[in-house]
Ligand binder design. Structure first.
Ligand code: PFF
Length: 451
């Protein structure tokens, strides 16, 4: 391994970056947003925004990261000259703060996954009182499991890129995919599933420009691909120069969309199946009764219909979800840790523990003030910070960085790059069109502009 960590192969990067991208955002967050924003219209807008905006910005992060081979702050400073340096510091630190805040709420939900997994194990051995405690919302449970999840995340990040991040990311994701497909097949046999699929797959196009829906879909597109915090920039810095970046980025984006789409194919029908079985999902005003708890209500209800096998399926599902959450959380913690290590010369282990415990403290504050802070931190980071930082990354790739250096970096690993459509379109697109799209969505959602 080089002095700086580097992914050992193309496959390792694809798995690590998709491990970062695929997580609670796809399987917990995406279905909630679909269910709260009218089904198919949200799915449609999210997919369009991922292609039109998120993929090009992912590429900006990867190219900058691979070129500068540093943490986020240093990378942005390296490609800046003179008067743009203060903006580089501002953007870099804003990204670090956002990554840390995302981890602070993410770890709470991930803790629930561990608790539900253990709850199924409890059911398996007949400890139903214990399972009941694990699967009911309480301050004590939340505190215990958020701490446990930090131990996992910090432990892995402390071991570094090759040893920690890669090993975890290259395992078990295929199992998650297989399990989701099997569950989709199972749910198709249940009453109510067809209605769920109808809602999920038929967009009402007149809702697509609804300001809340648009802003929500924008946030989801960024959050799901781990954009706008510097994660992908840091991961990009570990990619070797011999790789074809646009292709790597496209693979990651397609896997991420694919899993989100499949999660929707499972969870949305599961809502309707649960409803058909007497579980109340929406209140009289048509709003989700418990959005944060959506999959923790409808999936266990589905597993219950499977008899004894349901307990095993539940155990497997929540274990895999925990792993999916870990491969994402390590990529969040990597952002501040890479910075502490490279810009402040802290040894990696020490950096991981100090930074990790600091963010854990933020999580604890959220756990103690759940009602007031949980949704607020999610909205602040995913709906606002991530797209705005993404916009700044476009400014860096398109306006601040010298264009010849950008093009040279793109060409590395792909000598015939100049013949590709990507080469002809992307540099100008990311410079002009991407910032305009983000700007327009924000203006529209604040009702300053009618699209
Ligand atoms: N993309 C992750 C998910 O969908 O669960 C969440 C995430 C990971 C967001 C890493 C931001 C980040 F830096």
């Amino acid at each position: 391994m080089a002095a700086r960590g580097e992914f050992s192969s193309r496959m390792a990067f694809v798995l690590a970056a998709s491990g970062s991208a695929i997580g609670l955002g796809n399987i917990w967050g995406f279905p909630i947003k679909v269910a709260s924003n009218g089904g198919g219209a949200f799915v449609f807008t999210y997919i369009v925004l991922t292609f039109l905006l998120a993929y090009p910005i992912l590429m900006a992060e990867l190219v900058i990261g691979r070129h500068a081979k540093s943490d986020t702050v240093k990378s942005l400073v390296k490609i800046s000259e003179g008067s743009s340096k203060p903006l580089a510091y501002l953007t870099g630190y804003w990204g670090i703060l956002t990554a840390s805040l995302i981890l602070s709420f993410y770890a709470i939900v991930a803790g629930w996954m561990i608790a539900f997994g253990l709850g199924s194990a409890g059911d398996l051995v007949g400890a139903s009182g214990f399972s009941e405690w694990l699967t009911s919302f309480s301050l004590e449970r939340n505190l215990l499991f958020v701490c446990l999840f930090y131990l996992l995340t910090i432990g892995i990040v402390a071991n570094g890129v090759a040893a920690g991040i890669e090993k975890w990311s290259t395992r078990l994701m295929p199992m998650l995919i297989i399990l989701i497909i099997a569950l989709i097949a199972y749910i198709s046999t249940q009453n109510g599933a067809a209605e769920g699929w109808r809602v999920y797959l038929t967009p009402e196009f007149d809702r697509v420009l609804n300001p809340d829906l648009l802003l929500s879909a924008l946030g989801q597109a960024f959050f799901s691909l781990s954009l706008g915090v510097g994660t992908m920039m840091v991961y990009g810095s570990y990619i070797s120069k011999s790789e074809n970046l646009p292709r790597l980025g496209a693979t990651v984006a397609l896997m991420d969309i694919g899993i989100a789409f499949m999660a929707g194919l499972l969870v949305i029908p599961a809502m309707y199946v649960a409803q058909a079985n007497g579980v109340t999902i929406y209140n009289e005003a048509g709003k989700l009764i418990d959005s944060d708890g959506l999959i923790f209500t409808v999936l266990p209800a589905l597993f219950d219909t499977m008899g004894g096998a349901g307990i095993i399926v539940s155990l497997l599902f929540f274990t895999l979800m925990t792993i999916a959450a870990v491969t994402s959380s390590i990529s969040m913690l990597e952002v501040p840790v890479a910075h502490a290590q490279e810009s402040h010369d802290l040894p990696r282990k020490k950096a991981a523990w100090i930074v990790g415990v600091m963010i854990l403290l933020v999580s604890l504050i959220i756990v103690f003030n759940f009602g007031a802070l949980f949704g607020f931190v999610i909205d602040l980071t995913t709906k606002y910070s991530e797209p705005l930082i993404g916009l700044l990354f476009c400014i860096f790739a398109g306006w601040v960085w010298r264009r010849d250096a950008l093009l040279k970096e793109l060409q590395q690993g792909n000598p015939t790059m100049e013949n590709t459509l990507f080469w002809k379109i992307w540099p100008t697109y990311v410079k002009v069109v991407c910032p305009l799209i983000v700007f327009a969505v924000f203006m529209h959602s604040f009702e300053l502009l009618k699209i």
